[in-house]
Design a protein around this ligand. Sequence first.
Ligand code: NAD
Ligand code: GLY
Length: 379
Amino acid sequence: MATRRSSDTRRTGGDNGAGVGTVVKVSLGARSYPIHVGAGLLSDTGRLVGELEPAGRVVVITNALVRSLYGARLERSLRGIPGRAKIEVLEMPDGERFKNLRTVSNLYDAVLDGGGARDTLIVALGGGVVGDVAGFVASTVLRGIRFVQVPTTLLAQVDSSVGGKTGVNTAHGKNLIGAFHQPSLVVADTAVLSTLPDREYRAGLAEVVKKGVIMSKPLFNLLDRNSVAVGARDAGLMTEVVARCCKLKAHVVAKDETDAGLRATLNFGHTFGHAVEKVSKYRRFLHGEAVAMGMVAAARLSLERGLCSEGDVERLISLLKRLGLQTAIPADLDRKALVDAIAFDKKAAGGEVRFILTKGIGSCCEEKLAPRAALRALG
Ligand code: NAD
Ligand code: GLY
């Protein structure tokens, strides 16, 4: 699949002593927006939001944990916005199980109760759960108001805050209700990664490795050469890594905003990973942990199909292991149940499943195969 870049990147320096970072542009015509990446940018968020000229309220949606860590710094920065913008903070409960319509409904009431919803700008401060929920609220209040993503997990910084996928889970499954609604601005402060629990950080790294495997050999090589510093959350290196990931995702989103083709490549490892999550009842592994195992299975299937070399599979396994991620699907997860889960994946059509496979580090393709083709790759 194409690997040319259509987004642009430039360096930026804060003039208030806040972080120095990189700006990546998501090119979507009138809905284009910048992603600012750098250590310390939280203190610069007020200035960046101020450039959007919010006319009325700025409503921060977050959870109690993230608020306790970063809420005061963000609020202080937002209070520096010139003009009359009123700052409010709404808390939602923490956790995937609260990513639902009840939470959305409570947030609708709070946003509408304040009056002047049309002039409200929403700021999502948190991980992918907060970002997806706050984005969905913004996409539907008055058929769409502006919002800003301030992602605080690695997964949210390299993936979920970019590209405008918003939504919630229902009893029928994950992310089944949602909308495409692009943010007006993304501010990724890489210094906040220092407080992430170790498992969450490592799970986020799986999504970083994924981008290297499917579309950027230079990114994969950077991770491979610097796996110790990446694992240790070296601030300068992580700014470089997050910015590269955002640039890659910006390129994909600019080419395929609504998931018609190229964007599906971001699902590398996810067909297997979702099956692992489902068969282990969503309790045992974080999403990124399941994706790490899924990527290895997808790479094995790629090898079976003659698309990549044994060396590519070994390099992937070696890097994931050095980043502290499990690579083998546990033997106690029933293989037939995994194949059945793959067959019911939402990407299945006409009895075949759309697998994203690697053609060697830095390149990928899609193949439609019968679900049972996955069996041997499960290990
Ligand atoms: P999360 O939002 O649940 O965050 C994980 C935990 O870390 C939470 O307890 C959170 O409060 C805490 N946390 C957040 N920032 C922190 C920080 N800096 N320090 C300490 N703790 C912090 O999980 P996630 O992995 O960020 O996001 C997962 C969600 O993202 C899923 O719902 C998934 O469906 C969604 N997602 C969306 C997209 C998209 O394109 N919209 C893409 C991938 C994933
Ligand atoms: N995380 C997959 C996508 O944004 O399309």
